[in-house]
Design a binder for this molecule. Sequence first.
Ligand code: GDD
Ligand code: MN
Length: 398
Amino acid sequence: MHRLDLNVRMDSALNAAVVAPTDPSAPQAASPAHAAPVLAIVVPTFRERDNVAELVRRLDATLGGIPWEVVFVDDDSPDGTADAVRELGRSDPRVRCLHRIGRRGLSSACVEGVLATSAQTIAVMDADLQHDETILPEMLRAIRERGVDIAVGSRYVAGGGIGEWDQGRARISRLATRISRVVVPERLADPMSGFFMVRRDVFMESVRSLSTLGFKILVDLFASSPRALSFVEVPYRFRERHAGESKLDGRVAWDFGMLLLDKMVGRWVPVRFLSFAMIGGLGVIVHMGALTVLFRTGLSGFGTGQAIASAVAMVFNFLLNNALTYRDAKLKGAAKVRGLLVFMLVCGLGAVANVGVADWLFSEQRQGWVVAALAGILVGAVWNYTTSSFYTWGRRGR
Ligand code: GDD
Ligand code: MN
């Protein structure tokens, strides 16, 4: 029995309401609030409570006539940004909230926001009103009428500008732009922009190859695309932050380095492993430093010195990996203490494996001492990396 037949038997008032949505030939709901969004604006947020209402107000003022929705992707901001967004959503269904818990990261927030909307054209923009929303209609025309893949809000083409930035930040931005050339097209003047619009099909072509590391989702998109993307740059002047504070810090530079590395060698080696291994290398230096202080000065014997130096290096490695390698799954409070203990246990086993493998290769397999030692280090490092990413920072670690 068809649903339509059932509907026909109902009383006429109800009938009208029930039949309409199930009958494909019936006209679509005309109310603008119910029109399917043509454009979605994805806005990553962390501590932006005092900006969201103003942003929605400005989007509304600028996008008159275009059916749109805005998806705020909030990483459980302690200032209650997600609550503020849901509050707006209760009176305006175009305002949506994607609330992530136990996660951090601008790029991954953007990706999940794009995946959460059904709009065919998606803009990514910051919540703090630094990006000029009045260029959105022009970006949309470029994509929908001229068929370009990506429209970039650009500070570095004629008519655009970086506003009130100080010399230092301006220089860093220009330097990062130059470095990014290894993975993005030469002609793109502002690859570091956090403000752009893209067609869904273009995004979907790359979504599984994205690194989603750090802040630079546009660089990621260009570098991950299986083909050369067409783009236009629409100038705008970068504005002052409306309320709150910037989340840009030194770690963003580290993340950017990791993103570039991932685009260059990620096919062969996971970039997290490289990060882990580099920090491990620093740990060796810390170990030797501690040992020098303890043993060479006569503060302790060699065995005790080694034990203390190992512990110091492990704590150092744990803290740095927690802040950088696993920044997106950063442990805090009690979980951090537990994580440290698990990490030390795992790395202790790693050290045993390292020595065991090296010893076996050297004495049983008659390998040279350098080869044996390096192989031991490699086995230990891979062990430490895989087990600690699972037990310390993985789902089991939380
Ligand atoms: N969900 C989520 N998670 N959002 C975040 C996170 C995070 O971990 N970190 C930052 N955000 C959000 C902020 O709330 C803001 O809406 C946006 O990402 C940009 O963060 P800002 O802290 O304002 O960065 P910025 O102004 O220094 O730099 C921005 O502009 C540059 C120029 O366009 C970024 O978009 C840069 O990528 C961009 O180069
Ligand atoms: Mn900002």
